[in-house]
Design a protein around this ligand. Sequence first.
Ligand code: GLA
Length: 372
Amino acid sequence: MREWVAPGRVNIIGEHTDYNDGYVLPIAVPLVVRCGARLRADASVVLTSRQREGDTVRVGLADLADTRDRVPAWARYPLGVFAEFARRGHRVAGVDLAIDGAVPIGAGLSSSAALSCSVAIALRDLFAPTVTEYELIDIARTAENEYAGAPTGVLDQSASMLCTAGHALFLDVREFVRGRGESGFEQIPFDLAGHDLELLVIDTGQPHRLVDGGYGQRRAQCEAAAAALGKPSLREVASMAELDRIADPTARRRARHVLTENARVLEVAEKLREGADPRAIGPVLSEGHISLRDDFEVSTPALDAAVDAAIEAGAHGARMVGGGFGGSAIALVDRDRTGAVTESVRERFARSAFAPPRTFVVVPSPGAHRRD
Ligand code: GLA
């Protein structure tokens, strides 16, 4: 069996901006989903997963489009990608797909995008070698939106497909989508090790799920805020002063987060582009957390505790990552403080009667690729 891998991500800054046509700045993490693939002699897709032993899913190619409600939730991602290739007119054939995922599920590190992208890149190599990376991102996202029922933006799939080792990926989503991937993205060097820094991930263990209602509700509130201003998206709002015209105070706060977050992405990207010491971005990351907590209201007590304890123990900045309502936080720490910061978070969790967090260090890693 040949094997393809696609990573999870952490977003350095730019949360809930992607579906508002804004800016994001993710890195890929060294945790991947592997997808082994082999052509079959018959016209069926046979799916197995190391994490779901005994849960073999078998679907005839002719039935791909309407399997959604008949297969386990995890299988909707690979089958959705398969169905989307077929729907776009690519000639697909029967395959065995063997999934092995090392991206923790529900940790807010985009295990689902890693799964979808690993399958997308495998199917590209097997059936449709001229498909562009942009189209793969679009296929993976459509699979998640329409087959798996997770109304995500384009952040996670873009990070999983396009990130490169040692870099953060700056994405101007409006440009990227308009130019169908020909423009709107930039690889910005993000050298942590060279500055004796580490990026610590703190997984609260409280699962974050995109198919639940909170994420979709935030999207709807952002759309309502843009509509109240007569704009197609919040990206088109030129100044904070304009937000005063939004009558609903909740919608106004949601919009304020999006505008200030876009400004934070530009600030962080500019600092890294100039080659500044990455410690300089720390306070901007922490401001991002406060905005997600107070204006966007997607943080949780455990995420807030992780961020506060990390900063008190000397982190240069810390914030929750991903969609929120659970999942992980990140902290930017001096390498020789990682142990102390981890200890401080653990103690805080114990005192608050939260389950112990899982902590690990990540480095900016490569995007999806075939393993030779
Ligand atoms: C989830 C979604 C992304 C993005 C983030 C929040 O990860 O999948 O599209 O909206 O939340 O930034």
